[in-house]
Design a protein around this ligand. Sequence first.
Ligand code: FAD
Length: 386
Amino acid sequence: MSDTTLQLPAPLPLTTFSEDEILFRDNIRQFADDKLRPLVKEMDEKGVFDHHLIQQFFQLGLMGIEIPEQYGGGGGKFFEAILAVEEMSRVDASAGVIVDVQNTLVNNALLRWANDEQKKRYLPRMASDTCGAYALSEAGSGSDAFALQTRAELKGNDYVLSGRKLWITNAKEAGTVDPAAGYRGITAFIVEKEFPGFTVGKKEDKLGIRASSTCELILEDCRVPKSNILGEAGKGYKIAIETLNEGRIGIGAQMAGLARGAWEYAAKYAQERKQFGKTIADFQGIQFQIAQMATEIEAARLMVYNAARMKDAGVPFVKEAAMTKLFCSQVAERVTSLAIEIYGGYGFTKDYPVEKYWRDSKIGKIYEGTSNMQLATIAKLVLGGK
Ligand SMILES: Cc1cc2nc3c(=O)[nH]c(=O)nc-3n(C[C@H](O)[C@H](O)[C@H](O)COP(=O)(O)OP(=O)(O)OC[C@H]3O[C@@H](n4cnc5c(N)ncnc54)[C@H](O)[C@@H]3O)c2cc1C
């Protein structure tokens, strides 16, 4: 090798964080432990997220992580949004998904597709006080995400939207902004809660992430100004798909975070609980379970970090995002299930925190594309489109 050969610096481990990233992560971790954890059980029981906590999310800068500073946001990277979702989900996956939907779906779509005027109008609100929701699914349109029935008809300067969106996360909390897809040559709209003809319908009573609201959105001749089209008319398909590609890394982070939260409880309990005159962590059978869980969580996190760094580096990441969501949701379900077993009978009760982690893990295989849909994407890409 000659002296003039250019060499790239040695690649850094994926778990190498910048000083800013460490500070950011540690702040969120502390907030989640101190302020969020004491409220988690009650929010889960009531199925309602504490409104003051959401205000604190805004104050901490968690709801506009990637929004440029000129609009009042944090001016951060996608990787930081992912760290926030992971850290919040370690304590509560409902908190994780509120932060996730806001940053990886709604803000992301606005940053990428909104025009300058829309950015000026909406980004400062998203960064400071307005919760967003991403409304694609309908009763008859889930995996087949574009079998949409909602209609958008142009009348003068407004589109008139009619239809019902189902399963919409953050719908109860959403302050003003809800992008909703139209039909055929699909178009995405920015819909404010105050627009005439818009109502939030039934709230679902769910197995897991109970504090995160999931509601129907009803559009009854809802008038949306033409200027509120997101991107171009007829380009909603691309917007919805590309937004979800990024969102899936967020769900991976949610699942990796909650798996770690459950693991921490299980590892601690194993070192306290005594049977046969020893702690159960003295038994090799339990040690091996805890080691297996830790290994799977490590693999899940590395997939999340790699996909997020790929996104920030501007290289294609669709396959990695699908693999990340698929794998992390599998790990989350396995790890949280084992955590219950390590707690024995106590783990099966609501007096201990692990059963909630298991219930919360289940959604990872369903929303933002079921596991089968992730496998379909991965198969298409690894088989070269055949
Ligand atoms: C708590 C929660 C929050 C949600 N939040 C949002 C949100 O914020 N915004 C939003 O737009 N949507 C949201 N959703 C909707 C979610 O994305 C859909 O539920 C999901 O995409 C699956 O659609 P579906 O429920 O209609 O199931 P279906 O599509 O009916 O799927 C049923 C089963 O059939 C399988 N299946 C379907 N087609 C195929 C195929 N071609 N090959 C193999 N298997 C197949 C699926 O994998 C699944 O196992 C949310 C859902 C829940 C439960």
